[in-house]
Structures are given as C-alpha cells and as structure tokens.
Design a protein around this ligand. Structure first.
Ligand code: FES
Length: 126
C-alpha cells in the first residue's frame, strides 16, 4: 500500500515501475524508491531473523540508523533496505540467523577488528 495523495506533498506522480525479486518472488517497485519502501508497499514486513532469539525483524527507523532492515542484495549481505535504491532485476534475500552466526566470533564476544560497519548488530544487538 502506498500513499496515493499525500495531504502536504500532493498526489503521487506517474512513475515507471521496475521488478526485482525478494526470496525468489517478483516484487514491483517504483523507479527510484528504496527497497524497504517497495517491500513495505508489497506487504513484506519480515526482512530477517535475529541472531539472539530468532525473532522476525523488519524496517524500524527507516533512515539507516538501526540496522534492523538488513538484507542480502545480489549476494552481498547486510545491505540496509531503507538506504538501498531498487534496481531492476536485483536479487534480494532475507537473512536467516545462520548468516549472522558466521559473521560473529562468539555470542557476546568482541567485534572483530576491521569489520565493516554494515555488518554491525541491529538495535536488538543481533
Ligand atoms: S530501518 Fe533502520 S537502518 Fe533501515
């Protein structure tokens, strides 16, 4: 669901659509929008599962701070869906907890030196 006529911004202008896949399922997006918006508009709320507790996680802050929206894009994991523009044909995957386990030295252990900020934990420490 998208806002078609915003009270301040006005009506949504005609915008071309592009298609990408999420876990192998085709998803329509408006050209230029971010992955999180396209997935949300398609009713997809769960983007990964937490390392601790295996709880479903999805978009939270929407501005790149919480890391809750991490997905794998074209084989590159830990891309923030709220900051990643949709590109036609991109392959987006949800992230199961085992991917996060590979990235961690140990539960509760120190973060490895040189680890990219993108691989850092989310708001729940996962
Ligand atoms: S929703 Fe918080 S970083 Fe994407």
């Amino acid at each position: 669901m998208r806002i078609q006529d915003h009270p301040v911004l006005g009506p949504l202008p005609p915008t071309p659509t592009v298609t990408f896949t999420f876990d192998g399922v085709p998803v329509q997006a408006l050209e230029g929008e971010c992955l999180a918006a396209a997935l949300w508009a398609s009713g997809i709320r769960i983007l990964r599962h937490s390392f601790s507790g295996r709880q479903p996680r999805g978009m939270y802050c929407g501005v790149g701070h919480c890391y809750e929206c991490r997905v794998t894009v074209n084989g590159v994991r830990d891309r923030r869906a709220c900051l990643t523009p949709v590109v036609a044909g991109m392959d987006v995957r949800s992230q199961p907890p085992d991917l996060l386990e590979e990235a961690r030295p140990a539960v509760g252990g120190p973060v490895a030196e040189g680890r990219k900020p993108e691989a850092a934990g989310g708001a729940d420490g996962s």
